[in-house]
Design a protein around this ligand. Structure first.
Ligand code: NAI
Ligand code: 2OP
Length: 308
């Protein structure tokens, strides 16, 4: 059996904790790449030294050079900068676009057959940036957002009803932003739609908390989340490496599905060894469809600004 290899670009909070989860689960060898000298090497060495205690034999290394990433099966892109004081949303958009484009060019050079999972924000436009830069087919460039947004919704439902998170499934579609679309009709506890378990006002409150989930953490920590994001990334990495054919909400480049074309937006997909093996089209009510299209339009405004 050949060893699997996952490269994570950006050895910051999200990248490093993704590396840790992959190593702890023995999923694959891990390479951390970052532009800051010493950081990917230091974090990788520290993580590798936890192997004897945690009981993993996977190799963990860090580099500022993409040669180390060669022939990766999966590459996770978390490189980017957070918004700084005085910086507009557009400035951030352009800066992270340039970073993600540069990173993708390097990744593709050394891992031409890899599957890319894009995490950098703003998520859906960054996934589109990576798709254009890589020239990969759409099933090999996937954005991570829906798994995280749904995990937040699931956590809030489980807390509210005092039930195990194991029993709770939820779908959140649309772009990773204020316009994301939690779908209560498709969110269930032990198979029972939550619409039968809670009054509409409670569901609306939990859905809004899921929508604001990222901002709620930023307000508390003054930086964005990494535990739930890294767990969500690793669920996708695991589905791909183990060809699980798992149905997960991911940001996918649509070509007519849901009446949306030529852009990324969060939808349910089947994730397996080939990446996105199918975009699953679920039936939506008129209101849900309007909300998904409104969210897609908000993403398109940003990709139009970038010209990607
Ligand atoms: P961070 O600031 O801790 O880490 C980012 C890392 O990227 C830093 O180590 C930095 O040196 C590196 N970097 C910057 N430019 C680079 C380049 N050109 N090449 C290689 N590395 C480069 O940030 P954090 O918290 O890890 O977040 C990373 C990104 O993920 C952000 O854009 C954040 O908004 C996004 N994010 C997205 C989520 C999602 O649901 N899609 C969830 C959480 C975070
Ligand atoms: C989050 O949702 C900031 O996208 C990041 O936590």
């Amino acid at each position: 059996m050949t060893r699997r290899k996952v490269t994570i670009v950006g050895a910051g909070n999200v990248g490093a904790s993704t590396a840790q989860r992959i190593a702890d689960r023995g999923l694959a060898d891990v390479v951390l790449v970052d532009i800051v000298p010493g950081v990917p090497q230091g974090k990788a060495l520290d993580l590798a030294e936890s192997g004897p205690v945690e009981g993993f034999d996977n190799r963990v290394s860090g580099s500022n050079d993409y040669r180390e990433s060669a022939n990766s099966d999966v590459v996770v892109i978390t490189a980017g900068i957070p918004r700084k004081p005085g910086m507009s949303r557009d400035d951030l958009l352009r800066t992270n676009h340039d970073i993600v484009k540069g990173v993708t060019d390097q990744v593709v050079k050394y891992s031409p057959n890899s599957i890319l999972i894009v995490v950098s924000n703003p998520l859906d436009p960054m996934a589109q940036t990576a798709l254009r830069a890589s020239k990969f087919p759409r099933h090999r460039v996937i954005g991570m957002a829906g798994v995280l947004d749904s995990a937040r919704f699931r956590a809030f439902i489980a807390l509210e009803l005092n039930v195990s998170v194991d029993n709770v499934h939820a779908f959140v579609l649309g772009g990773h932003g204020d316009t994301m679309v939690p779908l209560p009709r498709y969110s269930t506890v032990a198979g029972i739609p939550i619409t039968e378990l809670m009054p509409t006002e409670t569901i609306d409150r939990l859905a809004q908390r899921a929508r604001d989930g990222g901002a709620e953490i930023v307000k508390l920590l003054n930086t964005s989340a990494w535990f739930a994001p890294s767990a969500s990334i690793v669920e996708m990495v695991d589905a791909i490496l183990n060809d699980r054919k798992k149905i997960l909400p991911c940001s996918a480049f649509l070509e007519g599905e849901y009446g949306i074309s030529n852009q990324y937006v969060g939808v349910p997909v089947k994730l397996g060894g080939k990446g996105i093996e199918q975009v699953i089209e679920i039936s939506l009510t008129a209101d849900e469809r309007v909300a998904l299209h409104r969210s897609a339009a908000a993403v398109k405004e940003l990709t139009d600004l970038l010209g990607v």
